[in-house]
Design a protein around this ligand. Structure first.
Ligand SMILES: *[C@@H]1O[C@H](CO)[C@@H](O)[C@H](O)[C@H]1NC(C)=O
Ligand SMILES: *[C@@H]1O[C@H](CO)[C@@H](O)[C@H](O)[C@H]1NC(C)=O
Ligand SMILES: *[C@@H]1O[C@H](CO)[C@@H](O)[C@H](O)[C@H]1NC(C)=O
Ligand SMILES: *[C@@H]1O[C@H](CO)[C@@H](O)[C@H](O)[C@H]1NC(C)=O
Length: 204
């Protein structure tokens, strides 16, 4: 909970130094929240392999997450594809809200299908996931061949996270899962915190 403590400390500094919290100033974490209301602060905590699923054919070690500025993170990592993946591969996304590191429940009833992963990679649609995967060296292409793929300095902004409201939960998990030949080949978990600056300020 070092980050949380850092944030609280910062809130204190804000309170002491007279910076008004209404001002768009984000020391750590980036802005999030719906377009009209960028008051939430997003802490992208972890992007990496789902726990207990380290043996899947595709492995993403914990990515390095660095804050670029108020609106962007820069993320880098290494994706290991341990065997050629030749069968059709489909993806799903699921979202959970958590009370703490262990108590989570689904936010959406069942995982949302995102369809054919190869089509997604080929279309290069402008999306955050597309942006991240598009930074791979060598490029990620289907059929996915065994090898090491480096993702260097992909920029991710607040936009995919703007619907994650701290009013619903402060701790969220997003699981990206891919299946090929009815077997799970990929599972990446994104863990994030959202806070409203007002909530974090000490009240007297
Ligand atoms: C933050 O950094 C990104 C990437 O360098 C840039 O596109 C964006 O304009 C910057 N935003 C602000 C508010 O400086
Ligand atoms: C994996 O695919 C590559 C490229 O198509 C091929 O050269 C290699 O022999 C394949 N490996 C296996 C184990 O099938
Ligand atoms: C998480 O919250 C649940 C329910 O509030 C509690 O029983 C459990 O001990 C908590 N776990 C941790 C690791 O704090
Ligand atoms: C979230 O809660 C705050 C304070 O309780 C409230 O002002 C705000 O309107 C709520 N936002 C949404 C999107 O419900």
């Amino acid at each position: 909970m070092l980050r949380l403590r850092t944030s609280l400390l910062f809130a204190l500094v804000v309170a002491l130094s007279g910076i008004r919290p209404g001002e768009p100033y984000f020391y750590n974490g980036i802005k999030s929240g719906l377009e009209a209301d960028l008051k939430h602060s997003l802490f992208l905590d972890r992007v990496g392999q789902c726990r207990w699923q380290h043996d899947l054919p595709i492995f993403l070690s914990d990515m390095r997450i660095a804050q670029q500025n108020n609106t962007h993170y820069v993320i880098s990592g290494v994706l290991r594809v341990r065997r050629n993946i030749t069968d059709a591969t489909t993806g799903t996304v699921s979202i959970e809200i958590c009370q703490n590191a262990t108590q989570c429940r689904p936010f959406i009833d069942r995982p949302v299908a995102i369809g054919d992963v190869c089509q997604f990679l080929a279309e290069k649609r402008p999306s955050s996931l597309g942006e991240v995967l598009g930074h791979s060296v060598p490029p990620l292409r289907c059929p996915l061949t065994k090898g090491v793929y480096r993702i260097n300095d992909a920029l991710v902004d607040y936009k995919p996270f703007r619907y994650f409201s701290p009013n619903v939960s402060k701790l969220w998990r997003i699981d990206l899962v891919a299946e090929s030949g009815q077997k799970r080949v990929f599972c990446v978990r994104i863990e994030l915190y959202v806070y409203s600056w007002e909530d974090m300020l000490p009240r007297y």
